[in-house]
Design a protein around this ligand. Structure first.
Ligand SMILES: Cc1ncc(COP(=O)(O)O)c(C=O)c1O
Length: 400
């Protein structure tokens, strides 16, 4: 059977391969600690589930507007705007079945085939996949390690623009970063905004973790001067409300782009599930006790995971104030244990300790010149006790 050629450009979340390896190891009767998948094993707040059931009972089970139901668009315009010091109206908001669809729809809207789009690498792997699937030039920009975490290599980013063979149309910017857990300084965010303005780039601000932070306050690049009209925000209910499987998110940005994405919605899924949108209104406008409790639990998990990893010799682990990921450098640890390939190291960790995690290779194509090795621990899917138990085992193995 001959499948369409464009499929050869489509990437995937290779982290799912790690899930298969972990499931295989568990099926053989072994205990597995699943630090590989960025899912949350906490319940969606009850008021949201009640609102969904009420919406079904009220008959909100048919098609609805492609851009989303008015109460949700209005609630999101107000909430997303207020938290960023911006003024959006419902016309700026297009509801999506999750945050992820915003990535492909943004690219289809702003990028012609052959044009370049900058994206973070290591980063969420769907950026690279979608740019290449829609025939664009994927222009990876990299990060450097700092004393406290990671920073964007701005010189490398600029050189990617000047060396691109075609026009560069957009930049994807994921502040509060998966997998690095890092965030931009004010200067770094301003530099990205300056570059976007200088080169007339549209910006996809992936703000999936905007409210997933344990101290300080998030800032959106959309709120910097000159950025409102060139920025589309990716919003999701997945993390804040522990609603990963509900599939609810939104694109928030300039009206012309919102209209184009609405047209894509009509062609792709018609609309996002009606009663799930009603539940989303409750999430945004109802009691905020649930999301606060989720965040407090994630902070306890962050502290547990970080305190265990910090005791492993040869592992260097920043302590992020946001997201639910830790991204330690394991170069010296691997050398001490006799591994020179990070996948082999991850497999050995799984087989010796049951601890399953992703490696740098799951977050975009590795770039020329990369020498250090990194792995990612997602602590959102394990209890504090399981985190301690699993990582204490990893520590015993690693320090032996
Ligand atoms: C950086 C980033 N963006 C977007 C998403 C998409 O999440 P969802 O489609 O569940 O909203 C994720 C999910 O892990 C993510 O880490």
């Amino acid at each position: 059977m001959a499948l369409a050629e464009r499929l050869s450009n489509l990437g995937t979340e290779t982290a799912f391969a790690v899930s298969l390896a972990a499931a295989d190891w568990a099926a053989k009767g072994n205990r597995v600690y699943p630090f590989h998948l960025g899912d949350i094993n906490l319940a969606t707040p009850a008021n949201i589930a009640v609102a969904m059931n009420r919406a079904i009972a009220d008959g909100k089970t048919g098609y609805c507007a492609a851009a989303g139901i008015a109460p949700l668009r209005e609630a999101l315009a107000h909430d997303v705007g207020t938290r960023r010091g911006l003024s959006y109206s419902a016309a700026n908001v297009v509801v999506q079945p999750g945050g992820k669809p915003v990535i492909g729809k943004f690219i289809q809207t702003v990028m012609n085939p052959g044009e370049g789009v900058l994206y973070p690498n290591p980063g969420y792997p769907i950026y690279e996949s979608m740019i290449e699937y829609y025939g664009g030039q994927s222009l990876a920009y990299r990060y450097v390690q700092t004393a406290t975490g990671f920073a964007i290599d701005l010189d490398h980013l600029r050189s990617q623009i000047t060396s691109a063979s075609g026009r560069v149309t957009a930049i994807i910017y994921n502040n509060l970063q998966n997998p690095l857990g890092c965030e931009s300084s004010a200067e770094e965010m301003q530099a990205i905004a300056d570059i976007a303005i200088e080169h007339d780039l549209m910006v996809l601000a992936d703000e999936a973790y905007f409210e997933m932070r344990y101290s300080g306050e998030s800032t959106s690049i959309a709120s910097l001067p000159g950025m409102f009209d060139r920025t589309v925000i990716l919003y999701t209910f997945s993390k804040k409300f522990a609603m990963t499987g509900w599939r609810l998110g939104a694109a928030v940005g300039p009206v012309a782009i919102a209209e184009s994405i609405t047209k894509l919605n009509t062609n792709d899924e018609s609309c996002t599930t009606h009663f799930v949108q009603s539940a989303g209104v409750e999430g945004i406008t109802g009691s905020q006790e649930g999301p606060l409790a989720i965040l407090a639990e994630l902070q306890r998990r962050r502290d547990a995971a970080w305190s265990e990893l910090a005791q492993i010799d040869g592992l260097v682990c920043p302590k992020p104030e946001s997201t639910f990921y830790l991204f330690p450098q394991v170069t010296d640890l691997m050398a001490r244990l006799g591994y020179d390939e990070v996948g082999a190291f991850a497999t050995a960790a799984l087989h010796n300790t049951g601890v399953s995690f992703c490696t740098r290779k799951h977050f975009g194509r590795p770039q020329p010149g990369e020498q250090d090795h990194f792995v990612r621990f997602a602590y959102s899917g394990l209890s504090v006790d399981d985190i301690h138990e699993g990582l204490a085992g990893l520590r015993t193995w690693a320090n032996s």
